[in-house]
Design a protein around this ligand. Structure first.
Ligand code: SF4
Length: 365
Protein backbone atom coordinates (compact mmCIF):
# COMPACT_ATOMS: atom_id res chain seq x y z
CA UNK A 1 0.00 0.00 0.00
CA UNK A 2 1.51 3.35 -1.00
CA UNK A 3 0.80 6.86 0.25
CA UNK A 4 1.21 10.57 -0.25
CA UNK A 5 2.48 13.14 2.21
CA UNK A 6 1.82 16.85 1.69
CA UNK A 7 3.77 19.37 3.74
CA UNK A 8 2.07 22.62 4.74
CA UNK A 9 4.71 24.36 6.88
CA UNK A 10 2.72 27.44 7.89
CA UNK A 11 1.80 28.07 11.54
CA UNK A 12 0.17 30.88 13.52
CA UNK A 13 3.03 30.83 16.03
CA UNK A 14 6.29 28.93 16.46
CA UNK A 15 5.98 26.64 19.48
CA UNK A 16 9.04 26.63 21.71
CA UNK A 17 9.60 22.85 21.49
CA UNK A 18 9.06 22.55 17.72
CA UNK A 19 12.03 21.34 15.68
CA UNK A 20 10.22 21.07 12.33
CA UNK A 21 10.93 23.28 9.33
CA UNK A 22 7.64 25.06 10.03
CA UNK A 23 7.07 28.63 11.06
CA UNK A 24 5.32 31.94 10.69
CA UNK A 25 5.86 33.14 7.12
CA UNK A 26 4.54 36.13 5.14
CA UNK A 27 0.93 35.77 3.96
CA UNK A 28 2.11 36.39 0.41
CA UNK A 29 4.32 33.25 0.54
CA UNK A 30 1.44 31.20 1.94
CA UNK A 31 -0.73 32.28 -1.00
CA UNK A 32 1.93 31.14 -3.51
CA UNK A 33 2.63 27.85 -1.74
CA UNK A 34 -0.51 25.99 -2.85
CA UNK A 35 0.26 26.71 -6.51
CA UNK A 36 3.84 25.50 -5.97
CA UNK A 37 2.55 22.25 -4.47
CA UNK A 38 0.17 21.73 -7.39
CA UNK A 39 3.04 22.26 -9.84
CA UNK A 40 5.04 19.54 -8.07
CA UNK A 41 2.03 17.18 -7.90
CA UNK A 42 1.18 17.63 -11.58
CA UNK A 43 4.77 16.88 -12.60
CA UNK A 44 4.86 13.62 -10.57
CA UNK A 45 5.14 10.31 -12.40
CA UNK A 46 2.93 7.94 -10.42
CA UNK A 47 4.18 4.36 -10.36
CA UNK A 48 1.29 3.45 -8.08
CA UNK A 49 -2.06 4.83 -6.94
CA UNK A 50 -1.92 6.22 -3.41
CA UNK A 51 -4.24 4.59 -0.89
CA UNK A 52 -3.47 6.95 1.96
CA UNK A 53 -2.84 10.67 2.27
CA UNK A 54 -1.40 12.72 5.11
CA UNK A 55 -1.20 16.51 5.33
CA UNK A 56 1.24 17.66 7.99
CA UNK A 57 3.81 20.37 8.51
CA UNK A 58 2.92 22.83 9.87
CA UNK A 59 -0.65 23.62 10.67
CA UNK A 60 -2.55 22.59 7.53
CA UNK A 61 -5.80 23.24 9.43
CA UNK A 62 -5.24 26.95 8.65
CA UNK A 63 -4.89 26.28 4.89
CA UNK A 64 -7.41 28.20 2.78
CA UNK A 65 -10.01 25.52 2.07
CA UNK A 66 -10.45 26.35 -1.61
CA UNK A 67 -6.70 26.15 -2.18
CA UNK A 68 -6.55 22.91 -0.18
CA UNK A 69 -9.39 21.38 -2.26
CA UNK A 70 -7.71 22.38 -5.52
CA UNK A 71 -4.46 20.78 -4.32
CA UNK A 72 -6.07 17.50 -3.21
CA UNK A 73 -7.75 17.30 -6.63
CA UNK A 74 -4.21 16.78 -8.04
CA UNK A 75 -3.65 13.65 -5.90
CA UNK A 76 -4.84 10.41 -7.53
CA UNK A 77 -6.58 7.60 -5.64
CA UNK A 78 -9.58 9.33 -4.07
CA UNK A 79 -11.49 7.91 -2.06
CA UNK A 80 -8.36 7.27 -0.03
CA UNK A 81 -8.47 4.55 2.58
CA UNK A 82 -7.17 7.09 5.09
CA UNK A 83 -6.73 10.83 4.49
CA UNK A 84 -5.51 12.78 7.51
CA UNK A 85 -5.14 16.48 8.16
CA UNK A 86 -3.10 17.71 11.12
CA UNK A 87 -5.02 20.34 13.04
CA UNK A 88 -4.00 22.92 15.60
CA UNK A 89 -6.80 23.06 18.20
CA UNK A 90 -8.67 26.31 17.68
CA UNK A 91 -8.58 26.08 13.89
CA UNK A 92 -11.64 23.86 13.38
CA UNK A 93 -14.88 25.51 12.31
CA UNK A 94 -18.02 24.03 10.80
CA UNK A 95 -17.23 25.68 7.49
CA UNK A 96 -13.69 24.27 7.39
CA UNK A 97 -14.92 20.87 8.43
CA UNK A 98 -17.45 20.75 5.58
CA UNK A 99 -14.71 21.71 3.12
CA UNK A 100 -12.35 19.03 4.50
CA UNK A 101 -14.99 16.33 4.10
CA UNK A 102 -15.82 17.54 0.59
CA UNK A 103 -12.10 17.39 -0.30
CA UNK A 104 -11.95 13.71 0.74
CA UNK A 105 -10.36 13.99 4.19
CA UNK A 106 -11.56 11.39 6.70
CA UNK A 107 -9.21 11.67 9.70
CA UNK A 108 -8.05 14.57 11.90
CA UNK A 109 -4.91 14.55 14.03
CA UNK A 110 -4.82 17.25 16.71
CA UNK A 111 -1.53 18.62 18.00
CA UNK A 112 -2.82 18.92 21.56
CA UNK A 113 0.47 18.21 23.40
CA UNK A 114 -1.06 18.89 26.84
CA UNK A 115 -4.42 19.66 28.43
CA UNK A 116 -2.81 21.64 31.26
CA UNK A 117 -3.01 25.43 31.01
CA UNK A 118 0.41 26.28 32.43
CA UNK A 119 2.22 23.76 30.21
CA UNK A 120 0.40 25.00 27.10
CA UNK A 121 1.04 28.66 27.91
CA UNK A 122 4.77 28.00 28.27
CA UNK A 123 4.99 26.35 24.83
CA UNK A 124 3.22 29.20 23.06
CA UNK A 125 0.11 27.17 22.20
CA UNK A 126 -3.10 29.17 22.54
CA UNK A 127 -5.75 26.51 23.00
CA UNK A 128 -7.29 25.11 26.18
CA UNK A 129 -8.57 21.67 27.10
CA UNK A 130 -12.10 22.94 26.40
CA UNK A 131 -11.09 24.00 22.87
CA UNK A 132 -10.03 20.41 22.14
CA UNK A 133 -13.15 18.90 23.70
CA UNK A 134 -15.40 21.25 21.70
CA UNK A 135 -13.69 20.49 18.40
CA UNK A 136 -13.67 16.73 18.98
CA UNK A 137 -17.44 16.96 19.57
CA UNK A 138 -17.86 19.06 16.41
CA UNK A 139 -16.01 16.45 14.32
CA UNK A 140 -18.09 13.62 15.73
CA UNK A 141 -21.30 15.47 15.03
CA UNK A 142 -20.19 15.77 11.41
CA UNK A 143 -19.61 11.99 11.31
CA UNK A 144 -15.83 12.22 11.48
CA UNK A 145 -14.85 9.98 14.39
CA UNK A 146 -11.41 8.91 13.20
CA UNK A 147 -9.46 11.28 15.45
CA UNK A 148 -5.91 11.27 16.82
CA UNK A 149 -4.68 13.37 19.73
CA UNK A 150 -0.93 14.03 20.20
CA UNK A 151 0.60 14.40 23.65
CA UNK A 152 4.17 15.28 24.65
CA UNK A 153 5.87 13.85 27.74
CA UNK A 154 8.64 15.99 29.22
CA UNK A 155 7.32 19.54 28.73
CA UNK A 156 8.47 22.32 31.08
CA UNK A 157 6.44 22.40 34.33
CA UNK A 158 5.00 18.96 33.55
CA UNK A 159 4.93 16.42 36.36
CA UNK A 160 3.74 12.83 36.39
CA UNK A 161 0.55 14.11 38.09
CA UNK A 162 -0.17 16.77 35.44
CA UNK A 163 0.63 14.30 32.65
CA UNK A 164 -1.91 11.96 34.26
CA UNK A 165 -4.45 14.81 34.06
CA UNK A 166 -3.85 15.06 30.30
CA UNK A 167 -4.26 11.29 29.99
CA UNK A 168 -7.60 11.47 31.82
CA UNK A 169 -8.81 14.08 29.33
CA UNK A 170 -7.84 11.71 26.53
CA UNK A 171 -9.69 8.82 28.14
CA UNK A 172 -12.79 10.98 28.68
CA UNK A 173 -12.76 12.18 25.08
CA UNK A 174 -12.66 8.52 24.05
CA UNK A 175 -10.75 8.99 20.77
CA UNK A 176 -9.61 5.88 18.86
CA UNK A 177 -5.96 6.93 18.35
CA UNK A 178 -3.35 8.64 20.53
CA UNK A 179 0.32 9.49 19.94
CA UNK A 180 2.65 10.09 22.88
CA UNK A 181 6.00 11.66 22.02
CA UNK A 182 8.93 12.34 24.32
CA UNK A 183 10.14 15.94 24.21
CA UNK A 184 13.02 16.07 21.74
CA UNK A 185 15.97 18.11 22.92
CA UNK A 186 18.07 19.37 20.02
CA UNK A 187 19.28 22.68 18.69
CA UNK A 188 16.51 22.89 16.07
CA UNK A 189 13.98 24.13 18.63
CA UNK A 190 14.24 27.22 20.84
CA UNK A 191 13.50 25.17 23.95
CA UNK A 192 15.94 22.41 22.98
CA UNK A 193 18.72 24.89 22.37
CA UNK A 194 18.03 26.63 25.66
CA UNK A 195 18.18 23.29 27.51
CA UNK A 196 21.46 22.37 25.78
CA UNK A 197 22.90 25.75 26.76
CA UNK A 198 21.60 25.30 30.31
CA UNK A 199 19.56 28.50 30.07
CA UNK A 200 16.23 29.26 31.68
CA UNK A 201 14.11 30.77 28.90
CA UNK A 202 10.97 28.92 27.72
CA UNK A 203 10.85 27.09 31.05
CA UNK A 204 14.03 25.17 30.19
CA UNK A 205 14.99 25.01 33.87
CA UNK A 206 11.58 23.52 34.75
CA UNK A 207 11.84 20.49 32.51
CA UNK A 208 10.78 17.11 33.88
CA UNK A 209 13.64 14.76 34.80
CA UNK A 210 14.40 11.77 32.59
CA UNK A 211 13.07 9.43 35.29
CA UNK A 212 9.80 11.37 35.40
CA UNK A 213 9.47 11.15 31.59
CA UNK A 214 9.95 7.38 31.74
CA UNK A 215 7.27 7.24 34.44
CA UNK A 216 4.92 9.31 32.24
CA UNK A 217 5.44 6.96 29.32
CA UNK A 218 4.83 3.89 31.49
CA UNK A 219 1.68 5.52 32.83
CA UNK A 220 0.51 6.23 29.27
CA UNK A 221 1.03 2.57 28.28
CA UNK A 222 -0.96 1.41 31.29
CA UNK A 223 -3.79 3.95 31.25
CA UNK A 224 -4.33 3.83 27.49
CA UNK A 225 -4.35 0.05 27.52
CA UNK A 226 -7.01 0.08 30.26
CA UNK A 227 -8.99 2.43 28.01
CA UNK A 228 -8.77 -0.04 25.10
CA UNK A 229 -5.95 1.62 23.16
CA UNK A 230 -3.10 -0.82 22.48
CA UNK A 231 0.44 0.31 21.71
CA UNK A 232 1.19 -0.72 18.13
CA UNK A 233 4.31 1.43 17.74
CA UNK A 234 6.58 3.07 20.29
CA UNK A 235 4.65 6.35 20.24
CA UNK A 236 1.30 5.22 18.86
CA UNK A 237 -1.76 3.69 20.53
CA UNK A 238 -5.02 2.70 18.89
CA UNK A 239 -8.26 0.84 19.29
CA UNK A 240 -8.34 -2.29 17.16
CA UNK A 241 -8.87 -1.29 13.53
CA UNK A 242 -7.75 2.33 14.03
CA UNK A 243 -3.99 1.78 13.58
CA UNK A 244 -2.97 4.37 10.97
CA UNK A 245 -2.24 2.63 7.65
CA UNK A 246 -0.41 5.74 6.45
CA UNK A 247 1.98 5.85 9.39
CA UNK A 248 2.48 2.07 9.31
CA UNK A 249 4.08 2.56 5.89
CA UNK A 250 7.00 4.40 7.42
CA UNK A 251 7.77 1.52 9.76
CA UNK A 252 7.08 -1.24 7.25
CA UNK A 253 9.22 0.43 4.56
CA UNK A 254 6.32 0.77 2.12
CA UNK A 255 6.62 3.48 -0.54
CA UNK A 256 5.32 7.02 -0.12
CA UNK A 257 5.75 10.22 -2.07
CA UNK A 258 6.21 13.52 -0.26
CA UNK A 259 5.41 16.94 -1.74
CA UNK A 260 6.24 20.39 -0.45
CA UNK A 261 9.02 22.04 1.53
CA UNK A 262 11.15 19.55 3.47
CA UNK A 263 8.94 16.61 2.38
CA UNK A 264 10.55 13.17 2.23
CA UNK A 265 9.84 10.34 -0.23
CA UNK A 266 10.73 6.65 -0.40
CA UNK A 267 10.15 4.54 -3.49
CA UNK A 268 11.32 1.23 -2.02
CA UNK A 269 14.94 1.83 -3.04
CA UNK A 270 15.81 5.50 -2.72
CA UNK A 271 15.11 8.24 -0.20
CA UNK A 272 14.51 11.73 -1.48
CA UNK A 273 14.20 14.98 0.43
CA UNK A 274 12.92 18.33 -0.80
CA UNK A 275 14.63 21.61 0.12
CA UNK A 276 13.90 22.60 3.70
CA UNK A 277 13.33 26.32 3.16
CA UNK A 278 9.72 27.18 2.29
CA UNK A 279 10.74 30.31 0.36
CA UNK A 280 13.36 28.36 -1.62
CA UNK A 281 10.87 25.60 -2.42
CA UNK A 282 8.29 28.06 -3.75
CA UNK A 283 10.94 29.92 -5.78
CA UNK A 284 12.18 26.63 -7.28
CA UNK A 285 8.69 25.47 -8.24
CA UNK A 286 7.92 28.85 -9.78
CA UNK A 287 11.01 28.73 -11.97
CA UNK A 288 10.77 25.18 -13.33
CA UNK A 289 12.91 23.50 -10.63
CA UNK A 290 12.03 20.17 -9.04
CA UNK A 291 12.50 21.09 -5.35
CA UNK A 292 14.70 18.07 -4.59
CA UNK A 293 17.62 18.72 -2.23
CA UNK A 294 18.91 15.16 -1.88
CA UNK A 295 18.33 11.67 -3.26
CA UNK A 296 20.25 8.74 -1.78
CA UNK A 297 20.05 4.95 -1.92
CA UNK A 298 18.28 3.54 1.15
CA UNK A 299 20.17 1.17 3.45
CA UNK A 300 17.28 -1.28 3.73
CA UNK A 301 19.13 -3.78 5.86
CA UNK A 302 19.71 -1.22 8.63
CA UNK A 303 16.40 0.56 8.16
CA UNK A 304 14.47 -2.61 8.78
CA UNK A 305 15.82 -2.61 12.34
CA UNK A 306 15.76 1.17 12.74
CA UNK A 307 12.07 1.58 11.95
CA UNK A 308 10.70 -1.99 12.08
CA UNK A 309 11.64 -2.57 15.69
CA UNK A 310 9.51 0.44 16.65
CA UNK A 311 6.45 -1.68 15.84
CA UNK A 312 4.89 -3.85 18.55
CA UNK A 313 4.67 -6.68 15.98
CA UNK A 314 8.45 -6.33 15.36
CA UNK A 315 10.21 -7.66 12.26
CA UNK A 316 10.51 -11.09 10.70
CA UNK A 317 14.07 -12.43 10.39
CA UNK A 318 15.38 -15.21 8.16
CA UNK A 319 17.73 -17.80 9.67
CA UNK A 320 20.65 -16.06 7.97
CA UNK A 321 19.65 -12.67 9.39
CA UNK A 322 19.24 -14.16 12.83
CA UNK A 323 22.69 -15.71 12.52
CA UNK A 324 24.24 -12.39 11.52
CA UNK A 325 22.86 -10.71 14.67
CA UNK A 326 22.85 -13.71 17.00
CA UNK A 327 25.12 -12.11 19.65
CA UNK A 328 23.05 -8.95 20.10
CA UNK A 329 19.71 -10.78 19.90
CA UNK A 330 20.61 -13.38 22.52
CA UNK A 331 22.05 -10.74 24.87
CA UNK A 332 18.96 -8.51 24.68
CA UNK A 333 16.57 -11.48 24.94
CA UNK A 334 18.54 -12.53 28.05
CA UNK A 335 18.20 -9.00 29.48
CA UNK A 336 14.44 -9.04 28.87
CA UNK A 337 14.58 -6.22 26.31
CA UNK A 338 13.84 -8.22 23.14
CA UNK A 339 11.42 -11.04 22.38
CA UNK A 340 12.17 -13.70 19.72
CA UNK A 341 9.07 -15.73 18.89
CA UNK A 342 7.87 -17.48 15.77
CA UNK A 343 10.55 -15.87 13.62
CA UNK A 344 9.58 -12.35 14.77
CA UNK A 345 11.90 -10.08 16.73
CA UNK A 346 10.25 -7.35 18.84
CA UNK A 347 10.90 -5.08 21.81
CA UNK A 348 9.44 -6.15 25.14
CA UNK A 349 7.55 -3.64 27.29
CA UNK A 350 10.83 -3.00 29.14
CA UNK A 351 12.77 -2.88 25.87
CA UNK A 352 10.59 -0.05 24.59
CA UNK A 353 12.04 2.16 27.35
CA UNK A 354 15.56 1.48 26.05
CA UNK A 355 14.66 1.30 22.38
CA UNK A 356 17.36 3.71 21.18
CA UNK A 357 20.15 1.66 22.79
CA UNK A 358 18.75 -1.64 21.53
CA UNK A 359 18.14 -0.47 17.96
CA UNK A 360 21.54 1.22 17.82
CA UNK A 361 23.20 -2.15 18.37
CA UNK A 362 21.74 -3.51 15.11
CA UNK A 363 22.97 -0.60 13.10
CA UNK A 364 26.59 -1.44 13.82
CA UNK A 365 26.65 -5.20 14.41
S1 SF4 B 1 4.41 22.29 16.94
FE1 SF4 B 1 2.98 22.32 15.23
S2 SF4 B 1 1.88 24.28 15.49
FE2 SF4 B 1 3.72 24.45 16.73
S3 SF4 B 1 5.24 25.40 15.38
FE3 SF4 B 1 5.52 23.19 15.20
S4 SF4 B 1 4.30 22.58 13.46
FE4 SF4 B 1 3.61 24.64 14.08
Amino acid sequence: MAGVYLSYPFCSQKCTYCNFASGVFPAELERRYGAALRTELKAAEWEWTPETLYIGGGSPSRWDTEDLGATLACVPGREWKEATIEAAPGDVSEERLRAWLAAGLNRVSFGVQSFVKRELAQTGRRHTAETVAGEVAMLREAGLGNINLDLIAGLPHQTVATFAESLEWIVRLDVPHVSVYMLEVDEDSRLGLEILQEGSRYGAGQRATEEAVVEMYELAMERLREAGLERYEISNFARAGYESPHNLKYWRLAPYAGFGADAHSFDGRRRKQNVESTAEYVALMETGGNGVAECVAANLEEERFLVGLRLAEGIGLSAAEYGAHRGAIERFVGDGLLRWEGGMLSLTRQGVLYSNDVIQEFLHS
